[in-house]
Design a protein around this ligand. Structure first.
Ligand SMILES: *Cc1c(COP(=O)(O)O)cnc(C)c1O
Length: 390
């Protein structure tokens, strides 16, 4: 855990992204936080140390990242973990056998896999709800619900959940409100401002932004909750190495610039796809035809570069995916390079087929992570891939 430097809060998002949480290294003046590649720290006498004792608990490189992301999210304490899944797993250790967690249907595929195949065996209980309708969440609140977890926009269908409405329901029932903010990033959406208690990320995606590491992080604004999470972080130990923390820190310095580029290209490609395929086959919250466009525009300041579209059949989807030349067929998202993914056989293959069908993750669905290449080249690439398919 690292507490933010309060004076960083006077600055706007872009300035925070570059500077928050870091000060030039006092021993050398190094402008970039050094990679403190160490497992332990010398103590000058019995009981006398620098505040650093063992690197599972604290590492200066990790701390700079933790403060940086905490400031961007508008929280007070940040935590870096070894992966997005390691982050959720550590957050779940706040709960105990018999507790029930209410989760959004249509979360990242690995999340229900962790819940339904591992954590249920430890006595946690999970209920899945379509959180697009706050009333359904209110109706599902039984006395044993200790937390509500949502992701918005969702992966891959870009469903939007009303954060303020769900935050109020959680508060009314004394449940913790936890939000996966991986897709929007704090540049476009800050769940803590809408009543969330914990916001977390797969830092592997936009925060790092360069597809060169796996990591996660969480941010809170309550001191007691921060102390409990720090205890779990140190006791359970799902921490990142200093080099991976440094790579994310390097990434967050350009987060605001990259998100602006992903968003500008995402909007152009989504409207162009909607013209070609029809509104009902393109899923992007920035399109006026998206059922929750108004809500998205209210709680997000940009829509980003994630777009899904329906090709109608596995053969058509495969035809497009296999013909693309700039978009690379790969899992993951949020990097500078554009990727295409077939959720049914890739990221969501672990979701049981009935649930996939219910959610609308069909065999013809494709998902784009629009990178920061020249947008005209990207559209030309999709254009040539469509030829001979439809
Ligand atoms: C990738 C992802 C995760 C899991 O994170 P890892 O870093 O791969 O462990 C969780 N949530 C969302 C929305 C993701 O995209």
């Amino acid at each position: 855990m690292s507490r933010i430097f309060d004076e960083d809060l006077q600055f706007a998002c872009g300035t925070r992204a570059v500077h928050a949480g870091q000060r030039p290294d006092p021993t050398s003046g190094a402008i970039m936080t050094p990679i403190f590649q160490t497992s332990t720290y010398a103590q000058s006498a019995l009981g006398v140390n620098t505040g650093y004792e063992y690197a599972r608990g604290k590492n200066p490189t990790r701390e700079a990242l933790e403060r940086n992301i905490a400031t961007l999210e508008g929280g007070t304490h940040g935590f870096a973990f070894a992966s997005g899944m390691g982050t959720i797993d550590s957050i779940m250790k706040l709960f105990k056998s018999g507790d029930r967690i209410l989760c959004a249907d249509n979360m990242y595929g690995g999340t229900p896999r962790l819940f339904d195949r591992i954590l249920v065996n430890m006595g946690l209980q999970f209920t899945y709800v379509d959180t697009r309708e706050p009333q359904r969440v209110a109706d599902a609140m039984t006395p044993d619900v200790r937390a509500i977890i949502v992701e918005t926009p969702t992966n891959p269908l870009m469903w939007i959940t009303d954060l303020t409405a769900i935050g109020e329901i959680a508060k009314r029932h004394g449940a913790m409100f936890i939000v996966d903010n991986t897709f929007a990033t704090p540049v476009f959406q800050r769940p803590l401002e809408h009543g969330a208690d914990i916001v977390f990320h797969s830092a592997t995606k936009y925060l790092n932004g360069h597809s060169d590491m796996v990591g996660g992080c969480a941010v809170v604004k309550d001191d007691d909750l921060a102390a409990r999470l720090q205890f779990i972080l140190n006791a359970a130990g799902a921490v990142p190495g200093p080099f991976d923390a440094w790579l994310v820190l390097r990434g967050t310095k350009t987060l605001h610039l990259r998100m602006a580029a992903h968003d500008a290209s995402g909007r152009r490609i989504a409207s162009w796809l909607a013209e070609r395929l029809g509104d009902e086959r393109v899923f992007y919250p920035g399109l006026a035809s998206h059922p929750h466009h108004a809500l998205a525009a209210r709680q997000m300041s940009g829509f980003g570069g994630m777009i899904s579209f329906e090709m109608g059949s596995l053969a058509a989807a495969a035809g497009v995916a296999n013909r693309l030349r700039i978009f690379t067929l790969a899992e993951s998202l949020g990097g500078v390079e554009s990727l295409i993914c077939h959720p049914a056989s890739m990221t969501h293959a672990s979701v049981p087929i009935e649930r996939r069908a219910r959610l609308g993750i069909s065999d013809g669905l494709l998902r784009l992570s629009v990178g920061v290449e020249d947008v005209q080249d990207l559209m030309n690439d999709i254009d040539q891939a469509f030829e001979g398919v439809s």
